[in-house]
Write a protein that binds this ligand. Structure first.
Ligand code: SF4
Length: 313
């Protein structure tokens, strides 16, 4: 067994501005309203974050109907459909909306296209809460989901329709571009958002991994199984040439024997992952190997979002 290893620690990684804001929303709501506070869906897709906030008094619900009438309801970073917003309003709930502003931007654009008479194609993953939220901004027969290129031929649209596309914010840049290219072939006049829908954090993390994964024998993306952006990072690492790339929930799930033959291991993390989880993974390697750590970065991020007015100090 080789007793020394090199870790290439790739940045940008970890919390994005939308996740930081969403967690702060829950913490500020707990301060203002006391515990428990109720959150529609997991506030962000990370087990550690959810466990921590649960201990502090947050309750994560699958159905908004299960929220007590007299307590505020927080919408997660992924956004919600109009049906859910309307339910909360109709039941006089205090809504505290932690939807990432970059998801809201897609909702606003969907509405603009709809009002201009467009049929909308949403590129995204079925059943993901963000996709349900965005689809749920518009009447059913005006927005169509495309997950893969194969779905394009099934679309009930013609070249005479006014068509626009939008995307989920956390998709693979390259796979999405391939779908867009096919859409443009079939619908040459298709319109799109003035700015990318895939968010800066998704894009930066993917670009950084694409740059460095091929220099590694193995690549670890710290992130939860239900995290879309973390899963995409594993795919990017594989496509960049590091086939031995895996998602890892935390240090406890790390099986060191899987890395015994790897001399250079890349590490990054998804946008909902606290840095302590990455540090714990490195510590576990450090306890067993002599470690050289190289920090590499494709640039700094300095995006910040204001908290919603209901919990702003
Ligand atoms: S990954 Fe992007 S869209 Fe999602 S919360 Fe973070 S910044 Fe917002």
């Amino acid at each position: 067994m080789n007793n020394s290893k090199k870790i290439i620690l790739v940045s940008p990684r970890g919390f994005c501005a939308g996740v930081t804001r969403a967690i702060d929303v829950v913490l500020e709501t707990l301060k203002k309203y006391g515990s428990p506070v109720y959150v529609n869906h997991e506030i962000v897709h990370n087990k550690h974050v959810i466990d921590d906030l649960t201990k502090k008094g947050a309750v994560f619900l699958k159905n908004i109907e299960d929220a007590p009438k007299d307590r505020p309801i927080i919408f997660s970073a992924h956004g919600v459909s109009r049906k859910i917003t309307n339910y909360a309003k109709d039941n006089n709930k205090t809504i505290i909306d932690a939807t990432c502003p970059l998801v809201t931007k897609v909702h606003v654009q969907a509405d603009k296209f709809y009002k201009l008479g467009f049929k909308i194609i949403l590129i995204g993953h079925k059943n993901h809460p963000e996709v349900e939220g965005t689809m749920g901004q518009l009447p059913e027969d005006t927005i169509y989901l495309v997950e893969t290129i194969n779905d394009i031929n099934d679309l009930n649209l013609t070249g005479n329709d006014k068509i626009a596309y939008l995307t989920q914010t956390t998709l693979s840049i390259d796979d999405t571009q391939n779908i867009i290219n096919e859409l443009r072939k079939k619908f040459p006049n298709i319109e799109s958002s003035p700015k990318e829908d895939i968010c800066y954090a998704t894009s930066n993390r993917q670009k950084a991994i694409k740059e460095y994964a091929n220099k590694c024998d193995a690549f670890i993306v710290v992130g939860s199984k239900n995290s879309s952006n973390s899963n995409r990072l594993v795919e990017v690492a594989k496509k960049a040439g590091c086939l031995n790339s895996h998602l890892l929930e935390n240090a406890e799930s790390l099986n060191l024997s899987n890395y015994s033959a790897s001399s250079i291991i890349g590490i990054s993390s998804g946008a909902s992952v606290p840095e302590v989880l990455v540090e714990n993974v490195i510590s576990k390697f450090q306890e067993n190997y002599s470690l050289e750590i190289e920090n590499v970065s494709l640039g700094e991020e300095n995006v910040q979002f204001k908290l919603p007015k209901e919990v702003r100090n």
